[in-house]
Design a protein around this ligand. Sequence first.
Ligand code: ADP
Ligand code: ADP
Length: 223
Amino acid sequence: MVGLEVRDAVVRYGATTAVDHVSLQVTPGAVVALLGPSGSGKSTLLRAIAGLEPLVSGAVLWDGTDLARVKVHKRNFGMVFQDAQLFPTMTVGRNIAYGLGSLGRAAQRERVAEMLDLIGLPGFESRRVTELSGGQAQRIALARSLAPSPRLLLLDEPLSALDTGLRRRLADDLARILRATHTTAIHVTHDHQEAYTVADTVAVLQEGRLLQEADPDALRRTP
Ligand code: ADP
Ligand code: ADP
């Protein structure tokens, strides 16, 4: 199996089973939404895939290799959270270049400019992080995560802190950006509309269990 495979994963917090025998596959280039109400286990599953939460049983594999043996920072996964979590004392450019240490200065500058064009904020290199709007900060967080070309991008409610109109616009932009960069991604949200906009496949979670997986068109037709 190429890409990501979650095989019969279980995560518990004490007596609470947060992820209950979930199996999931994400093929290269695909965008999968994890959709479900608060407490359904979306974040926990995402964190388990990232290696931030231990599995009680089951496995997470990439290209058939069990990731239990791969350190978190060696997985080459990117993450975006609900709040941008930018480095406040660094400029926008330095934030985006953060994961580009293996490149020379000129190549870093070029990559940062390319990312700023991609997210629709060209020329923002020397802006201060504290002057950004919420939507701009989330775009920069996305650019920072995408800059090192992660093999998998994990998005944990990245638009949930924004107001509805902005959320809809950014969901459209995010869908476009993920397609343009051929990024393989898992997008966690409790917002049906957002899941349908961003993902090729929507995986519905409830009480830690995977209820169904379907393409957005099929789910839209379901009453
Ligand atoms: P989310 O909606 O993304 O799950 P929450 O506000 O529920 O966000 O959780 C925020 C943080 O608190 C997360 O790091 C989560 O792991 C932790 N958390 C959630 N529920 C509990 C709980 N019952 N006990 C301890 N920590 C929790
Ligand atoms: P979601 O992301 O869908 O809101 P979570 O993965 O945050 O759901 O939570 C799934 C379940 O696990 C919930 O019952 C939550 O309270 C519990 N939980 C999450 N994180 C923790 C934690 N750090 N400690 C204890 N319980 C947690």
